[in-house]
Design a protein around this ligand. Structure first.
Ligand code: IFM
Length: 458
């Protein structure tokens, strides 16, 4: 049987994020973040779950690194909790926080695993939210200071740094629909948040490059494949709108230094973009060493029905566009359509429509209902999902896309934000009562893919 091989230096990783796995929220001088506040707000998270303990990774780092090594991972993508490093989001660094990540990086390097750090995976220090959060311009400057502190302290051992993970979620879920922390429902504030997240990205890259020039810097965007529900012009326009608000509103400023004119026009009833100051877009468009793409699914959209009523939404100005479920298309436990061809489309779309930049799939994965039977967890649905999406990565590379690596989401089950612990995305099962880790069959399958640097031919 032949194998579909990946390039020799292809990176095989798995990803997590601080609030989703660390726990220990009051230890080591860590200050509160917006997710501590939000998860403790009655009704905000399914079952009232919080990240207080999560996977207790803070106390189990060494075991977890051994687990990664046993799977043969060549890289591990994790995020730093800003409020472990600056408990109130500004001022001097908290040494205990830096030490925690220094130790994690050292253990990874000893195990031959490349550490890949994300500076911000949604957990803004609460003190900065109290001062206005991402809708306030000053938060961008605070982020650049934090980035400078973190990278100048840890950049000797962590050489790959992502500024933001999925700024779409931080802005539109956090300040638009309010289903994520800080739970604000204000369309105009959500667009200001977009701009200040992007400005923070640009300012952080400038600050870090001036102090630590030898690190690789980029950003991770969650991009969606798009399709109209019908061939009608109205549905095509719905696709244009949602593609604009999901994908292009981030890709265009970061890679081309401009907001798309059609998106600015769509948003006119919500905001006039007067918060964009001269020079901002030049700051945002910094040279990138890589672009991270998180891909999970496709959006199938349709024009609003007559008399549709606008409600607080993650798509300001396009609230009444309908998201349609196609019949017969398999879905995950999140009810997200499984659409691997959409990953090829997404990767090719970025490679063909934007200036060249090395790409990484920094997240891709699926939630399924997993059960422990006789001490084992068999998850064929997840194996199939990974298999289809890795074949999509392979096809994209064959088509000339400069894809350099893949990170499975997630290394282990964890706190799935407003779903709490109700959804499991891990390749490793976590028993939250005992904190036992049980590699699922998908973990063994992935280890095999890594070992052979490729997929068995079909
Ligand atoms: O768990 C999240 C992760 O934090 C960001 N990307 C999507 C994942 C699944 O919802």
């Amino acid at each position: 049987m032949t194998t579909q091989h990946f390039p020799q230096d292809f990176l095989w990783g798995a990803a997590t994020a601080a609030y989703q796995i660390e726990g220990a929220v009051t230890e080591g001088g860590r200050g509160p973040s917006i997710w501590d506040t939000f998860s403790h707000t009655p009704g905000a998270v399914v079952n009232g779950d919080t990240g207080d303990v999560a996977c207790d990774h803070f106390h189990r780092v060494s075991d977890d690194v051994r687990l990664m090594a046993s799977l043969g991972l060549t890289s591990y993508r994790f995020s730093l909790s800003w409020s472990r490093i600056q408990p109130t989001g500004s001022g001097a660094a908290n040494q205990a926080g830096l030490d925690f990540y220094r130790r994690l990086a050292d253990e990874l390097l000893e195990a031959g695993i490349l550490p890949w750090a994300t500076l911000y995976h949604w957990d803004l220090p609460q003190a900065l939210e109290d001062a206005g959060g991402w809708p306030a311009r000053d938060t961008a400057a605070r982020f650049a200071d934090y980035a400078y502190l973190a990278v100048s302290s840890l950049g000797d051992r962590i050489t790959n740094w992502t500024t933001f993970n999925e700024p779409w979620c931080s802005s539109f879920l956090g300040y638009g629909s309010g289903v994520h922390a800080p739970g604000v429902q204000d369309g105009a504030a959500s667009v200001r948040a977009v701009h200040h997240l992007l400005l923070g990205h640009g300012q952080a890259l400038q600050a870090v490059r001036a102090s630590t020039p030898d690190v690789n810097l980029g950003i991770t965007l969650n991009l969606y494949a798009m399709a109209p529900a019908s061939p009608s012009e109205a549905d095509a326009d719905a696709v244009r709108r949602i593609d604009g608000l999901s994908n292009r509103i981030f890709l265009d400023p970061v890679l081309k230094g401009e907001y798309p004119a059609d998106v600015v026009a769509d948003l006119a009833p919500v905001t006039d973009f007067s918060f964009v100051q001269p020079g901002d877009l030049e700051t945002i468009k910094q040279p990138l060493d890589f672009l991270g793409i998180n891909y999970y699914s496709r959006h199938v959209v349709a024009a609003p029905l007559p008399d549709a009523v606008a409600e607080p939404s993650s798509y300001p100005g396009s609230e009444t566009v309908r998201f349609v479920h196609r019949t017969g298309v398999p879905v995950t436990d999140m009810d997200w359509e499984i659409d691997a061809p959409g990953l090829v489309e997404t990767l090719r779309g970025v490679a063909e429509n934007y200036p060249p930049v090395p790409l990484y799939v920094t997240e891709n994965g699926s939630a399924f209902v997993d059960k422990v039977v006789d001490g084992e967890v068999d998850d064929p649905g997840r194996v199939d999902y990974f298999d289809q999406h890795l074949r999509a990565c392979h096809a994209a590379i064959e088509a000339g896309v400069p894809l350099k690596g893949y990170f499975a989401w997630s290394l282990m089950d964890n706190f799935e934000w407003s779903w709490g612990y109700a959804k499991r995305f891990g390749m490793v099962y976590v028993d939250y009562e005992t904190q036992e880790r049980i590699p699922k069959s998908s973990a063994r399958w992935y280890a095999d893919v890594i070992r052979r640097n490729g997929l068995a031919a079909q």
